[in-house]
Design a protein around this ligand. Structure first.
Ligand SMILES: Nc1nc2c(ncn2[C@@H]2O[C@H](COP(=O)(O)OP(=O)(O)OP(=O)(O)O)[C@@H](O)[C@H]2O)c(=O)[nH]1
Length: 220
């Protein structure tokens, strides 16, 4: 099993993880590519020898969990679904009990699991993760949502540990100046990490996997 590192926080401090596997969050607006990012990340993380499990959050269905279970890229038993039944951010921020219980269940069922990925239901730019739930979190926005998203300074964009700007392949089709969008994202985040990805082709997913490994796992 991997030794755990202390997860770096936005203020540069480190805090100990009190549970078994490292827990990371993936949030962002509806349709930005959160599930697609997980589908790309899983084989890459597994290829590094990292034992992974996933928790998905949907409003009233288990659609994202079913999609991952059917994908063949992960043991279906390692995918748990939380049905939020309310605004998705409620169960990742205000009261993450359901997700904490699901993560504890995965720790118990699969003692070898080193990384639990918690995908939030699609939300708005204000959604953020409680640090009681995750050690580190990614916010996914996409180019087709508009080049002005970073300028809106949503808490998700500002506070996440890693901002993923997805669907960069669509920039020319939706009239977005990608270089400007990335520069504005960098400016509002005071230089904290941003990665532009294409979750259909897999472009730059290796950089996301590397960022996860560096943040919450001993590199391998
Ligand atoms: N062109 C392009 N399409 C993408 C990319 N990433 C995801 N998509 C497509 O965008 C759509 C939404 O992707 P999902 O992964 O379902 O998005 P999501 O954020 O999980 O959606 P919700 O769970 O409903 O919030 C799907 O049709 C994907 O195929 C990308 O990088 N480029």
């Amino acid at each position: 099993m991997l030794d755990r590192l202390f997860a770096p926080t936005p203020d540069g401090q480190s805090r100990p993880a009190l549970h078994g596997a490292a827990r990371i969050g993936i949030g962002g607006p509806v349709g930005s590519g959160k599930t697609a990012l997980i589908e790309q990340l899983l084989p890459m993380l597994q290829a590094r020898g990292i034992s992974v499990a996933v928790i998905t959050n949907d409003l009233v269905t288990a659609e994202d969990a079913e999609r991952l279970r059917r994908s063949g890229i992960i043991d279906p038993a390692r995918v748990l679904a939380v049905e939020a039944g309310a605004c998705p951010h409620t169960v990742i921020r205000e009261d993450p009990t359901l997700n904490l219980l699901a993560a504890d269940e995965l720790d118990e069922r699969f003692p070898d699991v080193e990384l639990v990925i918690i995908e939030s239901g699609g939300d708005n730019l204000a959604s953020t993760f409680s640090l009681d739930l995750v050690d580190w979190w990614i916010f996914v926005i996409d180019v087709a949502g508009g080049g002005d998203i970073p300028r809106k300074r949503g808490p998700g964009v500002l506070q996440c540990d890693l901002l993923v700007v997805n669907k960069i392949d669509l920039a020319p089709h939706v009239g977005v100046d990608l270089a400007q969008m990335l520069a504005e994202a960098e400016a509002v985040r005071d230089g904290r990490p941003i990665i532009g990805t294409n979750c259909r082709s897999g472009f730059h997913i290796d950089a996301v996997a590397e960022a996860i490994a560096r943040a919450v796992l001993v590199e391998r």
